[in-house]
Design a protein. Structure first.
Length: 389
Protein backbone atom coordinates (compact mmCIF):
# COMPACT_ATOMS: atom_id res chain seq x y z
CA UNK A 1 0.00 0.00 0.00
CA UNK A 2 1.23 3.48 -0.90
CA UNK A 3 0.58 4.80 2.64
CA UNK A 4 2.27 1.79 4.21
CA UNK A 5 -0.91 0.58 5.93
CA UNK A 6 -1.63 -3.13 5.59
CA UNK A 7 -5.39 -3.23 5.04
CA UNK A 8 -7.51 -6.26 5.80
CA UNK A 9 -10.10 -7.40 3.25
CA UNK A 10 -13.70 -8.09 4.31
CA UNK A 11 -16.93 -8.97 2.54
CA UNK A 12 -20.32 -7.45 3.33
CA UNK A 13 -23.25 -9.40 1.87
CA UNK A 14 -26.65 -7.70 1.70
CA UNK A 15 -29.91 -9.67 1.89
CA UNK A 16 -32.68 -7.24 0.89
CA UNK A 17 -35.74 -9.00 2.34
CA UNK A 18 -37.88 -8.54 5.44
CA UNK A 19 -41.12 -10.21 6.48
CA UNK A 20 -42.50 -6.77 7.37
CA UNK A 21 -40.97 -3.33 7.58
CA UNK A 22 -40.44 -1.84 11.06
CA UNK A 23 -41.88 1.68 11.25
CA UNK A 24 -38.51 3.38 11.89
CA UNK A 25 -36.40 1.57 9.30
CA UNK A 26 -35.20 3.04 6.01
CA UNK A 27 -32.73 0.27 5.14
CA UNK A 28 -32.63 -1.05 1.56
CA UNK A 29 -35.00 -3.91 2.23
CA UNK A 30 -38.27 -5.12 0.74
CA UNK A 31 -41.28 -7.10 1.86
CA UNK A 32 -42.78 -9.65 -0.53
CA UNK A 33 -45.61 -7.17 -1.22
CA UNK A 34 -43.13 -4.40 -2.06
CA UNK A 35 -41.27 -6.63 -4.53
CA UNK A 36 -44.55 -7.78 -6.07
CA UNK A 37 -44.98 -10.73 -8.39
CA UNK A 38 -42.86 -9.29 -11.17
CA UNK A 39 -40.99 -12.30 -12.55
CA UNK A 40 -38.08 -10.09 -13.57
CA UNK A 41 -37.30 -9.31 -9.96
CA UNK A 42 -35.33 -11.49 -7.57
CA UNK A 43 -36.88 -13.68 -4.91
CA UNK A 44 -35.75 -15.16 -1.64
CA UNK A 45 -34.84 -18.31 -3.61
CA UNK A 46 -33.00 -16.72 -6.53
CA UNK A 47 -31.02 -14.09 -4.54
CA UNK A 48 -28.25 -16.60 -3.92
CA UNK A 49 -27.45 -17.11 -7.62
CA UNK A 50 -26.84 -13.40 -8.12
CA UNK A 51 -24.87 -13.10 -4.88
CA UNK A 52 -22.61 -16.00 -5.96
CA UNK A 53 -22.07 -14.35 -9.34
CA UNK A 54 -21.12 -11.07 -7.71
CA UNK A 55 -18.46 -12.84 -5.63
CA UNK A 56 -16.98 -14.16 -8.89
CA UNK A 57 -17.14 -10.65 -10.40
CA UNK A 58 -15.24 -9.42 -7.34
CA UNK A 59 -12.57 -12.08 -7.91
CA UNK A 60 -12.12 -11.05 -11.56
CA UNK A 61 -12.02 -7.39 -10.62
CA UNK A 62 -9.42 -8.05 -7.89
CA UNK A 63 -7.47 -10.62 -9.87
CA UNK A 64 -4.10 -9.43 -8.55
CA UNK A 65 -5.17 -9.13 -4.92
CA UNK A 66 -3.58 -11.94 -2.89
CA UNK A 67 -5.28 -11.12 0.41
CA UNK A 68 -7.37 -13.78 2.14
CA UNK A 69 -10.67 -12.57 3.58
CA UNK A 70 -10.52 -11.66 7.30
CA UNK A 71 -14.23 -11.17 7.90
CA UNK A 72 -17.61 -11.69 6.28
CA UNK A 73 -20.75 -9.90 7.51
CA UNK A 74 -24.15 -10.87 6.15
CA UNK A 75 -26.63 -8.08 6.86
CA UNK A 76 -29.95 -6.81 5.73
CA UNK A 77 -32.76 -6.69 5.66
CA UNK A 78 -33.17 -10.02 7.28
CA UNK A 79 -30.57 -12.58 6.22
CA UNK A 80 -32.58 -15.36 7.85
CA UNK A 81 -35.31 -14.77 5.24
CA UNK A 82 -33.21 -16.83 2.82
CA UNK A 83 -32.44 -20.52 3.43
CA UNK A 84 -29.46 -21.28 5.68
CA UNK A 85 -27.90 -23.31 2.85
CA UNK A 86 -27.80 -20.16 0.70
CA UNK A 87 -25.85 -18.16 3.28
CA UNK A 88 -23.42 -21.08 3.57
CA UNK A 89 -23.02 -21.30 -0.23
CA UNK A 90 -22.11 -17.62 -0.46
CA UNK A 91 -19.56 -18.06 2.33
CA UNK A 92 -18.11 -21.11 0.57
CA UNK A 93 -17.83 -19.18 -2.70
CA UNK A 94 -15.96 -16.36 -0.95
CA UNK A 95 -13.63 -18.99 0.54
CA UNK A 96 -13.10 -20.70 -2.84
CA UNK A 97 -12.42 -17.47 -4.69
CA UNK A 98 -10.36 -15.56 -2.12
CA UNK A 99 -9.52 -17.92 0.73
CA UNK A 100 -10.57 -17.27 4.32
CA UNK A 101 -7.86 -16.10 6.71
CA UNK A 102 -7.25 -18.29 9.77
CA UNK A 103 -9.72 -17.30 12.50
CA UNK A 104 -11.85 -15.24 10.08
CA UNK A 105 -14.94 -13.75 11.75
CA UNK A 106 -18.15 -14.75 9.92
CA UNK A 107 -21.28 -12.93 11.14
CA UNK A 108 -24.88 -12.94 10.12
CA UNK A 109 -27.61 -10.65 11.36
CA UNK A 110 -30.85 -12.39 12.27
CA UNK A 111 -34.31 -11.45 13.46
CA UNK A 112 -35.29 -13.14 16.71
CA UNK A 113 -38.62 -14.32 15.35
CA UNK A 114 -37.45 -15.88 12.09
CA UNK A 115 -34.45 -17.83 13.36
CA UNK A 116 -34.78 -21.47 14.41
CA UNK A 117 -32.37 -23.80 16.22
CA UNK A 118 -31.98 -25.84 12.98
CA UNK A 119 -31.09 -22.71 11.04
CA UNK A 120 -28.44 -21.76 13.59
CA UNK A 121 -26.98 -25.28 13.61
CA UNK A 122 -26.77 -25.32 9.82
CA UNK A 123 -24.93 -22.03 9.50
CA UNK A 124 -22.62 -22.85 12.43
CA UNK A 125 -21.69 -26.12 10.72
CA UNK A 126 -21.22 -24.13 7.50
CA UNK A 127 -18.59 -21.85 9.06
CA UNK A 128 -20.46 -18.91 10.63
CA UNK A 129 -18.93 -17.81 13.93
CA UNK A 130 -21.08 -14.88 15.09
CA UNK A 131 -24.78 -13.95 15.29
CA UNK A 132 -26.24 -10.47 15.61
CA UNK A 133 -29.87 -10.23 16.71
CA UNK A 134 -32.11 -7.18 16.58
CA UNK A 135 -33.61 -7.23 20.09
CA UNK A 136 -34.19 -3.45 20.41
CA UNK A 137 -36.05 -3.53 23.75
CA UNK A 138 -37.49 -5.85 26.38
CA UNK A 139 -40.58 -3.66 26.86
CA UNK A 140 -43.55 -4.91 24.84
CA UNK A 141 -44.92 -1.34 24.66
CA UNK A 142 -41.65 -0.09 23.09
CA UNK A 143 -41.56 -2.98 20.60
CA UNK A 144 -45.10 -2.01 19.63
CA UNK A 145 -44.13 1.62 18.91
CA UNK A 146 -41.18 0.31 16.87
CA UNK A 147 -43.56 -2.07 15.05
CA UNK A 148 -41.34 -5.04 15.85
CA UNK A 149 -42.93 -8.43 15.36
CA UNK A 150 -41.08 -10.42 18.03
CA UNK A 151 -41.93 -10.82 21.70
CA UNK A 152 -39.05 -9.88 24.05
CA UNK A 153 -38.61 -13.45 25.32
CA UNK A 154 -38.09 -14.74 21.78
CA UNK A 155 -34.66 -13.05 21.60
CA UNK A 156 -33.42 -14.92 24.65
CA UNK A 157 -34.66 -18.26 23.28
CA UNK A 158 -32.72 -17.49 20.09
CA UNK A 159 -29.59 -16.50 22.05
CA UNK A 160 -29.79 -19.81 23.97
CA UNK A 161 -30.25 -21.71 20.70
CA UNK A 162 -27.26 -19.91 19.18
CA UNK A 163 -25.08 -20.88 22.13
CA UNK A 164 -26.32 -24.47 22.00
CA UNK A 165 -25.40 -24.51 18.30
CA UNK A 166 -21.84 -23.51 19.27
CA UNK A 167 -21.85 -19.74 18.70
CA UNK A 168 -19.44 -18.14 21.13
CA UNK A 169 -20.04 -14.64 19.77
CA UNK A 170 -23.56 -13.26 20.01
CA UNK A 171 -24.58 -9.60 19.70
CA UNK A 172 -27.88 -7.92 20.39
CA UNK A 173 -28.89 -4.57 18.89
CA UNK A 174 -30.79 -2.18 21.15
CA UNK A 175 -32.70 0.98 20.30
CA UNK A 176 -33.09 3.54 23.11
CA UNK A 177 -35.08 6.76 23.65
CA UNK A 178 -38.10 5.50 21.74
CA UNK A 179 -41.10 7.73 22.57
CA UNK A 180 -42.83 6.27 25.63
CA UNK A 181 -39.78 4.28 26.81
CA UNK A 182 -39.18 4.73 30.54
CA UNK A 183 -35.99 4.36 32.59
CA UNK A 184 -37.55 1.20 34.03
CA UNK A 185 -38.07 -0.22 30.50
CA UNK A 186 -34.40 0.32 29.69
CA UNK A 187 -33.30 -1.06 33.06
CA UNK A 188 -35.31 -4.23 32.39
CA UNK A 189 -33.81 -4.47 28.90
CA UNK A 190 -30.28 -4.17 30.29
CA UNK A 191 -30.96 -6.70 33.06
CA UNK A 192 -32.19 -9.21 30.49
CA UNK A 193 -29.27 -8.52 28.12
CA UNK A 194 -26.77 -9.14 30.92
CA UNK A 195 -28.58 -12.27 32.13
CA UNK A 196 -28.54 -13.69 28.59
CA UNK A 197 -24.73 -13.90 28.50
CA UNK A 198 -24.27 -12.25 25.07
CA UNK A 199 -20.73 -10.93 24.61
CA UNK A 200 -21.54 -7.85 22.50
CA UNK A 201 -24.13 -5.06 22.49
CA UNK A 202 -24.79 -2.40 19.86
CA UNK A 203 -27.09 0.39 21.09
CA UNK A 204 -28.51 3.15 18.89
CA UNK A 205 -30.69 6.11 19.82
CA UNK A 206 -33.86 6.06 17.74
CA UNK A 207 -33.34 8.10 14.57
CA UNK A 208 -36.46 9.42 12.86
CA UNK A 209 -35.58 8.79 9.22
CA UNK A 210 -37.35 10.74 6.49
CA UNK A 211 -39.95 8.79 4.59
CA UNK A 212 -40.61 6.20 7.33
CA UNK A 213 -43.95 5.56 9.00
CA UNK A 214 -42.35 6.77 12.23
CA UNK A 215 -41.54 10.14 10.61
CA UNK A 216 -45.18 10.45 9.46
CA UNK A 217 -46.43 9.68 13.00
CA UNK A 218 -44.12 12.35 14.45
CA UNK A 219 -45.19 14.86 11.77
CA UNK A 220 -48.88 14.23 12.53
CA UNK A 221 -48.22 14.71 16.24
CA UNK A 222 -49.15 11.11 17.10
CA UNK A 223 -45.71 10.51 18.61
CA UNK A 224 -43.24 13.02 20.09
CA UNK A 225 -39.79 13.45 18.57
CA UNK A 226 -37.22 11.46 20.64
CA UNK A 227 -35.71 13.85 23.18
CA UNK A 228 -31.94 14.54 23.03
CA UNK A 229 -31.57 14.92 26.81
CA UNK A 230 -33.43 11.66 27.42
CA UNK A 231 -31.22 9.98 24.81
CA UNK A 232 -28.08 11.24 26.58
CA UNK A 233 -29.30 10.00 29.98
CA UNK A 234 -30.20 6.60 28.48
CA UNK A 235 -26.76 6.34 26.83
CA UNK A 236 -25.20 6.89 30.26
CA UNK A 237 -27.42 4.17 31.76
CA UNK A 238 -26.36 1.73 29.05
CA UNK A 239 -22.68 2.60 29.34
CA UNK A 240 -22.65 2.31 33.11
CA UNK A 241 -24.55 -1.02 33.24
CA UNK A 242 -22.46 -2.66 30.52
CA UNK A 243 -19.14 -1.34 31.83
CA UNK A 244 -19.97 -2.60 35.34
CA UNK A 245 -20.71 -6.02 33.85
CA UNK A 246 -17.31 -6.26 32.13
CA UNK A 247 -18.42 -5.04 28.70
CA UNK A 248 -16.67 -1.70 28.19
CA UNK A 249 -17.28 0.46 25.12
CA UNK A 250 -14.89 0.03 22.21
CA UNK A 251 -16.79 2.25 19.76
CA UNK A 252 -19.39 4.92 20.49
CA UNK A 253 -22.36 2.57 19.95
CA UNK A 254 -20.66 -0.75 20.73
CA UNK A 255 -19.71 -2.59 23.90
CA UNK A 256 -18.05 -6.00 24.20
CA UNK A 257 -16.54 -8.50 26.59
CA UNK A 258 -12.79 -8.99 26.04
CA UNK A 259 -12.27 -10.70 22.69
CA UNK A 260 -15.87 -10.03 21.63
CA UNK A 261 -15.30 -6.91 19.52
CA UNK A 262 -16.68 -7.12 15.99
CA UNK A 263 -13.62 -7.38 13.74
CA UNK A 264 -15.61 -6.67 10.59
CA UNK A 265 -16.94 -3.34 11.86
CA UNK A 266 -13.49 -2.43 13.19
CA UNK A 267 -12.35 -2.82 9.57
CA UNK A 268 -14.87 -0.14 8.53
CA UNK A 269 -13.82 2.23 11.29
CA UNK A 270 -10.15 1.79 10.42
CA UNK A 271 -10.89 2.47 6.77
CA UNK A 272 -9.74 -0.97 5.67
CA UNK A 273 -11.02 -2.64 2.49
CA UNK A 274 -14.24 -4.48 1.89
CA UNK A 275 -16.36 -5.56 -1.04
CA UNK A 276 -20.12 -5.19 -0.60
CA UNK A 277 -22.17 -7.86 -2.40
CA UNK A 278 -25.86 -7.22 -3.04
CA UNK A 279 -28.27 -4.45 -3.95
CA UNK A 280 -27.20 -1.04 -2.65
CA UNK A 281 -24.12 -2.51 -0.93
CA UNK A 282 -21.17 -0.13 -0.48
CA UNK A 283 -17.55 -1.11 -1.14
CA UNK A 284 -14.14 0.38 -0.40
CA UNK A 285 -11.18 -1.22 -2.14
CA UNK A 286 -7.84 0.33 -3.01
CA UNK A 287 -8.91 3.90 -2.21
CA UNK A 288 -12.06 3.75 -4.38
CA UNK A 289 -15.55 3.78 -2.92
CA UNK A 290 -18.59 2.66 -4.82
CA UNK A 291 -22.14 1.60 -4.18
CA UNK A 292 -24.18 -0.96 -6.08
CA UNK A 293 -27.46 -0.50 -7.95
CA UNK A 294 -30.04 -0.11 -5.22
CA UNK A 295 -33.11 -2.00 -6.41
CA UNK A 296 -32.78 -5.80 -6.27
CA UNK A 297 -34.05 -6.22 -9.85
CA UNK A 298 -31.62 -3.60 -11.26
CA UNK A 299 -28.77 -5.14 -9.28
CA UNK A 300 -29.65 -8.64 -10.51
CA UNK A 301 -29.67 -7.49 -14.16
CA UNK A 302 -26.26 -5.85 -13.70
CA UNK A 303 -24.86 -9.04 -12.13
CA UNK A 304 -26.12 -11.09 -15.08
CA UNK A 305 -24.38 -8.66 -17.45
CA UNK A 306 -21.25 -9.62 -15.50
CA UNK A 307 -19.61 -6.24 -15.58
CA UNK A 308 -18.36 -4.62 -12.36
CA UNK A 309 -18.82 -1.11 -13.79
CA UNK A 310 -22.50 -1.79 -14.56
CA UNK A 311 -23.05 -2.90 -10.96
CA UNK A 312 -22.06 0.51 -9.66
CA UNK A 313 -24.72 3.14 -9.16
CA UNK A 314 -21.96 5.59 -8.25
CA UNK A 315 -18.34 5.82 -7.18
CA UNK A 316 -15.83 8.27 -5.80
CA UNK A 317 -12.12 8.52 -5.10
CA UNK A 318 -11.85 10.58 -1.92
CA UNK A 319 -9.01 13.14 -2.09
CA UNK A 320 -6.42 13.49 0.68
CA UNK A 321 -8.52 16.07 2.56
CA UNK A 322 -11.60 13.82 2.50
CA UNK A 323 -9.56 10.84 3.70
CA UNK A 324 -8.08 12.93 6.53
CA UNK A 325 -11.56 14.11 7.60
CA UNK A 326 -12.87 10.58 7.55
CA UNK A 327 -9.91 9.30 9.56
CA UNK A 328 -10.76 11.80 12.31
CA UNK A 329 -14.50 11.11 12.16
CA UNK A 330 -14.06 7.35 12.43
CA UNK A 331 -10.99 7.38 14.69
CA UNK A 332 -12.51 9.45 17.50
CA UNK A 333 -15.43 7.02 17.65
CA UNK A 334 -13.10 4.30 18.90
CA UNK A 335 -11.96 3.64 22.45
CA UNK A 336 -8.47 2.78 21.21
CA UNK A 337 -8.26 6.45 20.20
CA UNK A 338 -7.13 8.55 17.29
CA UNK A 339 -3.37 8.95 16.89
CA UNK A 340 -2.43 12.61 17.32
CA UNK A 341 -0.40 12.52 14.10
CA UNK A 342 -3.74 12.16 12.23
CA UNK A 343 -4.56 15.74 13.27
CA UNK A 344 -3.28 18.91 11.65
CA UNK A 345 -1.64 21.61 13.77
CA UNK A 346 -4.89 23.64 14.16
CA UNK A 347 -6.66 20.58 15.52
CA UNK A 348 -3.78 19.83 17.86
CA UNK A 349 -4.14 23.38 19.23
CA UNK A 350 -7.90 22.79 19.81
CA UNK A 351 -7.05 19.76 21.94
CA UNK A 352 -6.06 21.70 25.06
CA UNK A 353 -9.44 23.41 25.08
CA UNK A 354 -11.33 20.12 24.50
CA UNK A 355 -9.41 18.53 27.39
CA UNK A 356 -10.18 21.55 29.63
CA UNK A 357 -13.88 21.16 28.80
CA UNK A 358 -13.75 17.50 29.81
CA UNK A 359 -14.52 16.13 26.34
CA UNK A 360 -11.18 14.42 25.70
CA UNK A 361 -9.17 12.32 28.16
CA UNK A 362 -6.33 14.45 29.62
CA UNK A 363 -3.86 11.75 28.64
CA UNK A 364 -4.04 13.12 25.08
CA UNK A 365 -1.66 15.86 26.18
CA UNK A 366 0.99 13.26 27.11
CA UNK A 367 0.08 10.06 25.25
CA UNK A 368 -0.30 10.68 21.50
CA UNK A 369 -3.93 9.50 21.37
CA UNK A 370 -7.27 11.32 21.34
CA UNK A 371 -9.81 9.36 23.41
CA UNK A 372 -13.28 10.76 24.16
CA UNK A 373 -14.52 11.01 27.75
CA UNK A 374 -18.13 9.98 28.48
CA UNK A 375 -19.15 13.65 28.08
CA UNK A 376 -17.19 13.73 24.81
CA UNK A 377 -18.95 10.63 23.52
CA UNK A 378 -22.28 12.38 24.06
CA UNK A 379 -21.02 15.28 21.93
CA UNK A 380 -18.87 13.34 19.47
CA UNK A 381 -20.12 15.20 16.39
CA UNK A 382 -19.28 18.57 17.95
CA UNK A 383 -15.80 17.33 18.91
CA UNK A 384 -15.18 16.17 15.34
CA UNK A 385 -16.33 19.57 14.03
CA UNK A 386 -13.87 21.35 16.33
CA UNK A 387 -11.02 19.01 15.40
CA UNK A 388 -11.66 19.44 11.69
CA UNK A 389 -12.65 23.12 11.55
C1 LIG B 1 -30.45 -4.53 9.62
S1 LIG B 1 -31.04 -4.28 11.21
C2 LIG B 1 -30.66 -5.76 12.14
C3 LIG B 1 -31.12 -7.10 11.71
C4 LIG B 1 -32.59 -7.40 11.60
N1 LIG B 1 -33.10 -6.87 10.39
C5 LIG B 1 -33.40 -6.90 12.76
O1 LIG B 1 -33.90 -5.78 12.66
O2 LIG B 1 -33.56 -7.65 13.74
C6 LIG B 1 -29.79 -3.28 11.90
C7 LIG B 1 -30.07 -2.53 13.18
O3 LIG B 1 -30.09 -1.13 12.91
C8 LIG B 1 -30.80 -0.47 13.94
N2 LIG B 1 -31.65 0.56 13.32
C9 LIG B 1 -32.25 0.50 12.12
N3 LIG B 1 -32.93 1.65 11.88
C10 LIG B 1 -32.74 2.46 12.97
C11 LIG B 1 -33.21 3.77 13.35
N4 LIG B 1 -34.00 4.49 12.55
N5 LIG B 1 -32.81 4.27 14.55
C12 LIG B 1 -32.00 3.56 15.35
N6 LIG B 1 -31.55 2.31 15.06
C13 LIG B 1 -31.92 1.76 13.89
C14 LIG B 1 -31.60 -1.53 14.69
O4 LIG B 1 -31.08 -1.69 15.98
C15 LIG B 1 -31.39 -2.78 13.86
O5 LIG B 1 -31.33 -3.92 14.66
S1 LIG C 1 -36.38 -6.25 10.46
FE1 LIG C 1 -34.44 -5.04 10.54
S2 LIG C 1 -33.96 -4.48 8.40
FE2 LIG C 1 -36.10 -5.28 8.45
S3 LIG C 1 -37.33 -3.45 8.60
FE3 LIG C 1 -36.96 -4.14 10.71
S4 LIG C 1 -35.03 -3.08 11.38
FE4 LIG C 1 -35.21 -2.85 9.15
Amino acid sequence: MADGIERSLGFYVHVPFCASRCGYCDFNTYTAAELGNDVSTISRDSWVDYALSEVSIARRRMADDARAVSSVFVGGGTPTQVPAAHLVRVLERIGEEFGLAAGAEITTEANPDSTTAEYLEEIRAGGFTRISLGHQSSAASVLKVLERTHTPGRTWETVAAAKAAGFEHVNVDLIYSTPGETDADLRQTLDEVLASGVNHVSAYSLIVEDGTRLAAQVRRGELPMPDDDVAAARYEMIDSALTAAGMPWYELSNWAKPGGQCQHNIGYWRNHDWWGVGPGAHSHVGGIRWWNQKHPATWARAVVAGDAAGLMAGSEVPDAAAVALETVMLGVRMREGLPLHSLDSTAQAALTDLVARGLIEPLALIDPLVVLTLAGRLMADAVVRELTA
